[in-house]
Design a protein around this ligand. Structure first.
Ligand SMILES: NC(=O)c1ccc[n+]([C@@H]2O[C@H](COP(=O)([O-])OP(=O)(O)OC[C@H]3O[C@@H](n4cnc5c(N)ncnc54)[C@H](O)[C@@H]3O)[C@@H](O)[C@H]2O)c1
Length: 303
């Protein structure tokens, strides 16, 4: 008996990296999985990355089907949701994971770099959720049972802000906020929406200059950067045990899960009337009472 027996899941961008581990884990827990990835078959191979992961799931005794729709379009997202419902008769779990990076400092970033990252991440998270939630809402209105879970993929780069990633950080911050919006919107249908900010050794992180050494497996030690370490917590969020958890953001990697909290009031000043600059200057120290309060917040180093 798996925790997800009989459930139907979609994992976007699961032809490799963290998504592959998530698809394989959900399948091992009994879910029927649609493995989505736009990646073409590598040179000399006769399977696309999505088909390869499906073959591995089936070889391990699971059930899965491949999909190559582009989730950054409404048409692709709708076709993906339709495939899950058409193939397996329902949809229960949507893991939005697909992603790309096009790093550049803001003063150098091209319009194409900005648009591509916002499309794949922010729109590519919204679009599948839009069609999945429409499906769940219609099901609910028809009186049928609804079991719905959305797990989005943010990033610490989005939660803290990373130089050189204005496009990626903006998209990932947007995904964290959007998860809270959708958690509120879907609460009445019993659907939960959460976000993870994962860390893992994948094509994406191995491409970061200087990262390979830091994230490599070390002999005799638990391999904290293994991308498959992320999947069990995603499986938990997808399971009935997490029915009461929604609108949350978790950093997930290695053996650690960190529940994050968002923007919180730090200090406040009031004047009883509209402010003048001079009055604000006079009260400035009340806004920044600590020695380092005026500095750019530290980014917890991940690499
Ligand atoms: N690896 C990390 O440490 C880390 C850290 C923070 C966030 N993330 C996020 O985790 C997710 C997975 O990243 P990863 O490290 O496994 O990267 P990865 O590059 O190994 O995998 C991403 C996959 O998404 C697919 N993809 C890209 N565009 C797509 C599209 N339009 N439609 C469908 N599939 C598409 C790619 O083909 C690829 O297989 C991403 O959202 C990434 O931003 C990763």
């Amino acid at each position: 008996m798996g925790a997800l027996d009989g459930r139907v899941a979609i994992v976007t961008g699961s032809g490799g990296g963290i998504g592959r581990g998530e698809a394989m884990f959900l399948a091992a827990e009994g879910a029927k999985v649609v493995v989505n990835d736009v990646g073409p078959a590598p040179e000399g191979a006769n399977r696309t990355p999505a088909e390869q992961v499906v073959a591995e799931i089936v070889a391990a005794g699971g059930e899965a089907s491949a999909n190559r729709d582009d989730i950054s379009t409404f048409a692709g997202a709708e076709a993906l949701v339709d495939q899950a419902v058409g193939t397996y008769g329902d949809l229960n779990i949507l893991v939005n994971n697909a992603g790309i990076v096009r790093d550049a400092m803001s003063f150098s970033m091209t319009e194409a770099e900005w648009d591509a990252v916002l499309a794949v991440h922010l729109k590519g998270h919204f679009a599948p959720a839009r069609f999945a939630s429409r499906y769940w809402r219609e099901r609910s209105k028809s009186g049928a049972d609804v079991y719905g879970r959305i797990i989005n993929t943010s990033s610490e780069s989005g939660l803290h802000g990373q130089a050189g990633q204005a496009n990626y950080s903006a998209a990932k911050a947007g995904i964290a906020s959007m998860s809270i919006v959708q958690a509120r919107e879907l609460q009445k249908y019993g659907i939960t929406v959460n976000a993870i900010a994962p860390r893992g050794r994948t094509a994406m992180t191995l491409a970061v200059p200087g990262a390979a050494d830091i994230i490599s497996a070390k002999d005799g030690e638990f391999d904290g950067w293994h991308p498959d370490n992320v999947a069990p917590f995603v499986g938990f969020l997808a399971s009935p045990a997490a029915a009461g958890i929604s609108g949350q953001v978790f950093v997930v990697w290695g053996d650690e899960v960190i529940r994050m909290t968002g923007w919180m009031p730090a200090t406040s000043i009031r004047n009883g009337d509209r402010w003048t600059i001079d009055e604000i200057v006079a009260r400035q120290a009340d806004l920044f009472p600590g020695e380092h309060d005026t500095e750019i917040p530290l980014l917890r180093p991940t690499l």
